[in-house]
Structures are given as C-alpha cells and as structure tokens.
Design a protein around this ligand. Structure first.
Ligand SMILES: [Zn+2]
Length: 180
C-alpha cells in the first residue's frame, strides 16, 4: 500500500492525485489540503477559503478566453463577480448569485466538504440542505484584483522546476507533515 493510500485510509476519504505515480507528499508543490472529494479543475481552476472569503476563478461556460473572478464574504455573504477584464458579471444581481458563484460554492463543497464551507462562510442550513439556500446575499465591493493576485501567486509554483527538495515557503502547509 502506498503512503497516499495509507493516508487516505486514515482520513477515511478519497484523495485527488493528479499523477498517481508520484505521491503528492513527495512533490515539491504539495496541495494545501487534499480535496474531500475529487473535483474537475476545468470549471473552477482555483478556489480558496482565505481573507474572510470564499474566492476563486471560474471558467466562462461559453468563451475559453474569459474567466470570472468570484467571491463570497464570510458572515454578510457579500457577492462579487467580475470578468478577468474587470467588467461586472451580467448574471449577478443584488440578491441572487450568478452561475459562477453557484459553481464556486459547489466546487468548494467538493474541495473542503459542506460543513467546513458552511462554518467558514457562516451559512446556517439544515444538514444536507444546499448551502446556496442558506445565503442571504448582499453586494460586496469588487475584489477581483486581490483574488486574481492570489491565483497568480499559486500559479507561480507551477513554474518551478520539478524537484523533491523542500520549498521553504511551503513548509507551513499542513499536508507536508501529514505523513511521516
Ligand atoms: Zn458571475
């Protein structure tokens, strides 16, 4: 049994591994946390629970050259969605989340599990109910610049040459210490 399988067994859940031949803990760029369930990166290439928001980058369903930068603030559920050209999303209204925010929330549930997302965003729903139904949205200021710069910071790790040497900046990642 590989280390990854052992780890998955301890965690009682599947681990998304991009390349099964190389266990993630041996790669230099380990993920922050293994997803609760595997998810497709094409739709939502990047998401994170950070800076008091669920934020991420969502692919446009129709135009391959366009992405949306979407975020939901914790507590007030302030919604924000803009294109990569910083135009406001046409599908977002004051009280309804657009399809990009719905996709972001859905993928976050896969990545982190619904309980963790609900706890972070302070969404109060009955167990098993859709998190979307627990949002009481308001309009939030445009956060596209911050979200995008966070995305680019993460992408920068993809530019590093492949190596199994530890990266000092990644030492705080809990995943690197999960398996001895
Ligand atoms: Zn949108």
């Amino acid at each position: 049994m590989s280390r990854t399988q052992k780890w998955a067994e301890q965690r009682k859940g599947p681990v998304a591994v991009e390349n099964e031949d190389v266990a993630w803990e041996r790669r230099s760029a380990a993920p922050v946390t293994a997803p609760v369930r595997s998810r497709k990166l094409a739709k939502v290439p990047f998401l994170e629970l950070a800076e008091g928001r669920l934020q991420g980058v969502v692919s446009s369903g129709s135009d391959v050259g366009r992405v949306y930068v979407s975020s939901i603030t914790a507590g007030e559920h302030g919604l924000s969605c803009n294109t990569n050209n910083n135009r406001p999303c046409g599908g977002l209204s004051d009280t309804y989340a657009c399809n990009h925010l719905k996709a972001l929330l859905g993928e976050a549930e896969l990545q982190y599990g619904p309980e963790r997302v609900a706890r972070y965003l302070k969404i109060d729903v009955a167990e098993g109910a859709a998190l979307l139904s627990g949002l009481h949205p308001t309009v939030a200021p445009n956060r596209a610049a911050q979200v995008f710069s966070s995305f680019l910071r993460h992408l920068a790790y993809l530019e590093l040459p492949t190596s199994t040497d530890p990266l000092p900046e990644l030492q705080w990642f809990p995943a690197t210490e999960a398996v001895i």
